[in-house]
Design a protein around this ligand. Sequence first.
Ligand code: GLU
Length: 258
Amino acid sequence: MEKKRIVVKVGTSTLTYDTGKLNIRVIEELAAVLSDIQNSGSQVVLVSSGAIGVGAQKLGFKTHPRDTAGRQAAAGVGQTELMFMYDKFFAQYSNTVAQLLLTKGDVLDEVRKTNLKNTFDKIFEYGAVPIVNENDSVSTEEIEFGDNDTLSAITAKLVSADLLIILTDIDGLYDDNPRTNPNANLIETVEEITPEIEAIAGGSGSVRGTGGMITKISAAKIAVNSGIDVAVINGSDVKNIYNVLSGDFRGTYFKAKK
Ligand code: GLU
């Protein structure tokens, strides 16, 4: 399948180990695969979580701070560390990254939204890779997207992407929770996000990120309703992204409404 503009979302559970420390191999592989896809003529956007988790770990905390100011401060630390690593590894593949930190207000306001679109277009024109996160250091509950799955779908919409790939710590959407039911089956294709599909997603989740499968389904809904295909795949092997592009992959494919 010919996909020109691709948004890839990676979450905290893929980017970090159980220790809370960065999974350097994943970051390096992301830099290699996304640079390679960019070299082939496609445009790539990376939506990356990890700011709060990586920051908390770097500050020596065992868990994320509970208070808003604490999380905002941790995000400031973690975002810097993340971008330092992305910059370093993308540079290894002669690629340049641009940091874009968004809040909900940036896409709700028409003027700010247009400015943002123009910025994305320029970054694409310059051949750099936008790396997007929520602006966690300034966003509070009232103005936040809340989770990066939603942010990735809104970003995909903003840049009129052809495809959104959500990397997670499970192979895709199952008809039951595979962590408790060994007979659960992977749902390979979702033609339409029905209430049944949403109900199935209710039970699953992961420990270190914000979103479980529920936020992935609501993100997929935003994207498919905007004509964007969505693939939810296991991020444990970043090279799975190539399989999505070749149309033969293990994961769940949500077909765009045309
Ligand atoms: N923006 C948050 C962070 O970078 C992550 C939100 C999420 O995991 O969905 O820490």
